[in-house]
Design a protein around this ligand. Structure first.
Ligand code: KIV
Length: 273
């Protein structure tokens, strides 16, 4: 399939304007080669702190550091010419105060050259997002299931099943929607509530495990490609099984090496004289 070339990266302002239009296509990317492969197909690439679990084998995203996010943000920026690039602010780098959040967001923007940052949180983070947005930092919000709060939530579980929980998430959506965020990720949220939130807020909602009612969708690329097999959340559709293909390729390579069938003559340098 040929993908038409586009001029420059999509801006957060452009993503904002896509509310209610064609669904916004988003995926995660952590490295230059993956960013190069995904860029032409996506409106937005997220350098998610999920990289802690997917690339580094951590149990949660809580231990991911700012330096890790900046290193991977830089790598992704080297591979992107079309998509809007957003880098996650890791746990502990924005909750303390809006000034701390500003300083760390500035580092991310200046050192990676990305377009925006993402941070998790509802009502309690709205003031911080407004502070950043008013000072030139585009912010993508993230409500519903918030993986950085795994310890207080007691695990990863979908949200919006009770009236009380739905009311809290409604308040979160409304606060983030009017905080100056250019869009908001809604994670692991029941369909009826996700639909309601999408109608409630003026900015695009990007769903992950939040039904087709959202203005856009995001998945962790390694999940949908079948590269991350520790666990697969129910909301993930596997578009390939690259992990199995890697196994097969490594098995063939090992067999060839042990049988001295690799390297073959065409892979071998011969003396010219
Ligand atoms: O870290 C991440 O990859 C994310 C997405 C799952 C939305 O926050």
């Amino acid at each position: 399939m040929s993908v038409p070339a586009k001029q420059g990266r999509l801006t957060p302002k452009r993503i904002r304007s896509m509310k209610g239009g064609q669904p916004i296509v988003c995926l995660t990317a952590y490295t230059t080669p993956m960013a190069r492969l995904l860029d032409a197909h996506c409106d937005l690439l997220l350098v998610g702190d999920s990289l802690g679990m997917v690339l580094y084998g951590m149990e949660t995203t809580v231990s991911v550091t700012l330096d890790m996010m900046i290193a991977h943000g830089k790598a992704v920026m080297r591979g992107v010419g079309n998509a809007c690039v957003v880098v996650d602010m890791p746990f502990g780098t924005y909750q303390e105060s809006r000034e701390v959040a500003f300083r760390n967001a500035v580092r991310i923007l200046q050192e990676t050259g990305c377009d925006a940052v993402k941070l998790e949180g509802g009502e309690e983070m709205a003031e911080t997002i407004a502070f950043l947005a008013a000072r030139g930092i585009p912010v993508l919000g993230h409500i519903g299931l918030m993986p950085q709060q795994v310890h207080t939530a007691g695990g990863y579980r979908s949200v919006g099943h009770s009236d009380e929980e739905s009311a809290t998430i409604r308040r979160d959506a409304s606060a983030i929607g009017s905080s100056g965020a250019f869009a908001v990720v809604i994670e692991g949220t029941v369909e009826t509530l996700a639909r309601e939130l999408t109608a409630l807020v003026d900015v695009p909602t990007i769903g992950i495990g939040a039904s087709s009612a959202c203005d856009g969708q995001i998945l962790v690329s390694d999940d949908m490609l079948g590269l991350f097999n520790d666990f697969t959340p129910r909301f993930v559709k596997r578009y390939d099984e690259l992990g199995q293909r890697v196994h097969k390729a490594a098995e063939s390579y090992a067999r060839d090496v042990r049988a001295r069938q690799f390297p073959a003559p065409e892979h071998t340098f011969k003396r010219r004289f």
